[in-house]
Design a protein around this ligand. Structure first.
Ligand code: CA
Ligand code: CA
Length: 161
């Protein structure tokens, strides 16, 4: 029920509380009689990475209804909620390349890395074994099977970690 206020009506005292909505610090609640205009706190709250737009009655408001220091008439207890606009845009995580599957140096697929893999890859290099998609002989991943891959395997055999 909203009746026109008149001087004859008894004035009630109402409370204004401030919800900083994630802002730092706090602003003390204020009280004022309904017949006297209440001045909203002039304190401008701060929130890291955000710009204070003003106050609104709804906590999830995206635009402000009242500026700091503005006068409002109270007809009920109200909570003023800080309205924030995010100013710091957190960059999205750079896409992470999926890790390459470990390039098995077990070229001939017998479960161990030994001289037979060296022979196997040498046979590929010399064309004695036909390179197929199933054969993972490009150890260093440079797109071709050559002596560098042979060296990789040799190092794997003789310089085991
Ligand atoms: Ca092997
Ligand atoms: Ca290679």
């Amino acid at each position: 029920m909203f009746s026109h206020k008149s001087q004859a009506s008894s004035s009630s005292k109402y409370t204004v509380t401030y919800n900083l909505n994630g802002g730092e610090g706090s602003i003390a609640a204020g009280t004022e009689y309904s017949l006297i205009r209440y001045q909203i706190s002039g304190t401008v709250p701060a929130k890291q990475g955000s710009e204070f737009l003003g106050w609104a009655k709804a906590a999830d408001a995206s635009s402000a209804e009242f500026a700091p220091g503005a006068f409002i008439s109270l007809s009920a207890n109200i909570t003023l909620c800080a309205v924030w606009k995010t100013t710091v845009v957190v960059p999205p995580e750079p896409p992470v390349d999926p890790p390459k599957p470990p390039c098995s140096k077990d070229v001939n697929g017998d479960g161990k890395i030994d001289v037979n893999d060296l022979i196997f890859i040498r046979n590929i290099i010399f064309g004695k074994i036909e390179m197929t998609a199933d054969i993972n002989a490009d150890i260093n991943g440079d797109g071709k099977v050559d002596v560098l891959d042979l060296i990789e395997i040799r190092n794997a055999i003789f310089n085991k970690d």
